[in-house]
Design a protein around this ligand. Structure first.
Ligand code: ZN
Ligand code: ZN
Length: 263
């Protein structure tokens, strides 16, 4: 950990087995999504020397289990709020109830509404996914902007503008189009994944990256499908398209600044 004014961020995990992104200033930590048990989350945080007790808020992108599974138990353990888009709560009341977030801890926000937690300010933007009220999050700390864009079938003008201003971008690259086409999934599921409310392909992610004019410090490619993507293929495609520093986040690994890879 650097000094308290520095922000450390980490991909605690990304993919179907669990998603969570950490931002911490050394005193206050926030999470985007929480797809882990408290034990597993604590273990992953400890890889970055971040105590669980510093976590002061969780922000949800959507309610699929790999993103939201652990948020209820965490919010019962710690005295912290859980932020969700108001449409997420309105459209999926049963799923929200099932999470078991204690009364008063669920905070709803609308698109672009600013939330401040410690030295961080955040707002959400809409994504296009088969989970009502799905969003991505834009996190600002001092002059640095972080953008988490995952689980979206298509991208928007607004997302493109935000990415153009971001310093660190976490961008979904879920599947390789050829691998999905020839892979083992049933046709209906293939259509779901590649549809407008599914996931971004490697090509879509790269097109988005180039069109956005992103000129920040680093891109983390996240949420790779285990079955329909290959990190090596993605790395080659990215290298052929851009000189930007990037990391392809593999399953069951976690990544911090300096691109340390932890097995
Ligand atoms: Zn999802
Ligand atoms: Zn997902």
């Amino acid at each position: 950990m650097g000094n308290a004014l520095m922000v450390q961020y980490a991909v605690l995990g990304s993919g179907s087995s669990g998603n969570s992104y950490l931002f911490t200033d050394g005193t206050v930590s926030i999470l985007i999504d929480q797809g882990y048990s408290v034990v597993e989350l604590t273990r992953r945080l400890s890889q970055f020397s971040v105590p669980l007790s510093t976590v002061q808020a969780v922000f949800l992108t959507h309610l699929h289990p790999d993103h939201a599974r652990g948020v209820g138990v965490l919010s019962r353990r710690l005295p912290i709020p859980v932020y969700a888009h108001d449409r997420m709560v309105a459209e999926q009341p049963l799923l929200i109830e099932k999470l078991g977030i204690p009364e008063g801890k669920l905070q709803t926000v609308c698109t672009s509404e600013l939330v401040e937690v410690g030295s961080f300010s955040l707002f959400c933007f809409e994504t296009s996914h088969d989970s009502g009220g799905s969003v991505g999050w834009y996190i600002t700390h001092q002059d640095t902007h972080y953008m988490v864009l995952t689980d979206t079938g298509i991208t928007s003008e607004q997302q493109m503008m935000l990415a153009g201003d971001a310093d660190i971008l976490f961008l979904e690259a879920n599947y390789d189009e050829q691998m999905l086409r020839s892979g083992p999934y049933p046709a209906m599921l293939k259509r779901r994944i590649s549809g407008n409310h599914g996931h971004l392909s490697n090509d879509q992610a790269l097109q988005f990256l180039c069109e956005s004019g992103f000129k920040g410090e680093h891109v983390y490619f996240i949420h790779l499908s285990e079955c329909n993507n290959d990190p090596v293929i993605l790395e080659k495609v990215v290298q052929s398209m851009t000189d930007l520093p990037f990391t392809v986040c593999r399953k069951n690994q976690w990544y911090g600044p300096k691109n340390e890879v932890h097995l």
